[in-house]
Design a protein around this ligand. Sequence first.
Ligand SMILES: [Mn+2]
Length: 439
Amino acid sequence: MSLSLYAARRRAFAEAMAAKGRAVAVLFAARTFLRNNDVEHDYRQDSDFFWLTGLDEPDSVLVLRTGTEETAASYTLFVRPRDKEREIWDGPRTGVEGAVGTHGADAAYEIGRFAEELPKLLEDRDRLHYRLGKDRAADDRVLGTLDRMRGRGRATTTTPSEIVDPSVILHELRLRKSAEEIALMRRAAEITAEGHATLMATGRPGVAEYELDATLLSTFRRHGSERVAYASIVGSGPNACILHYRAGNRRIGAGELVLVDAGSEYGYYASDVTRTFPADGTFSEPQRELYQLVLDAQEAALAATKPGATIDGIHKETVRVLTEGLVRLGLVEGPVDDAIVEERYKAYYMHRTSHWLGMDVHDVGLYYVDGHARPLEPGMVITIEPGLYVSPEDRKCAGRYAGIGIRIEDDILVTEGGYDNLTKAIPKTVAEVEAACAK
Ligand SMILES: [Mn+2]
């Protein structure tokens, strides 16, 4: 993504902050986490920090001061110092020069100077935008600085008297995706599509769940995806009914379904897709009945997706179609309206239909504004993911559906005219899935 885009984002953030007076924002990079000894867990930058900087290094801090009528907003970066010795081990660092030259900071300092420089950056500001409680070590540094500034008791400068959560502004901005962001999400979706299609073609009885997990990761990485957007779920047979099951040791059995909930992350943007396919290549009659029902529910949900619609409304649509089907099949006692009011469908459909999608798989943004479900707008991206999960112990309908778990999930961009399904290329109808599973 071009650096001018990050500058435009900082400008939008600064302008929104400035609407309420003189403000300064302080955002810390994500911390590294030690796995053991000198080995760290894989690093991923904090999404808010990356959204504003494009910088993927730890031990960095962004300070953004709003402008006034006379002065422009100022962007200060604290970064790790260049270090020949360390760079031999860990690779090149941006350093102070790169922070200014490459990343467009107005000023940059080595992170070791943070305590010394921060008071100057907080001076003459009424509000400090800082996310308290996320990183206690960072809290100590910021609050300690504020406390010392207040303790000086000099009247010549103002110390921020309010600390507000920057995500109130930032997450509103992140909720509406730009053309550049949508392009990255389309690429993530394409890569994810190949992963799912490959699993349909190769997942057969006898194959272990972890083999499919490996295929997903291999497919994603081969196309330049940095990582999975979340731990892949590969559940065969009864494991499909465990909502957050992780790919495990189980081998796929004959006649079983395989539920795969997996998405690549590309350029810091997530995809989030679920497909469920028959390991033998053909749905059994009970599997097909439930699969078609989930698909019908998803289609109804999609048809309801457009600007002005709400995630609550889409969920209601989904619940109605699922409940009608559950009553028709004999899994839930009717009448349908009562089954909905009394939430009897929750025995088989216990999660929500949608969440925001973006840099984070469960992306940021308020679902309710002023106590009301927020209307969708063009540029927002949501998932639509109905499912049905029949416990292996369920004896309804003489156990006809016992142990069947199905979810179908796509990534949906809200557009002026309705929606665009970013993951529509992935086989989904009964006929498409069976064709993709043909061995
Ligand atoms: Mn999801």
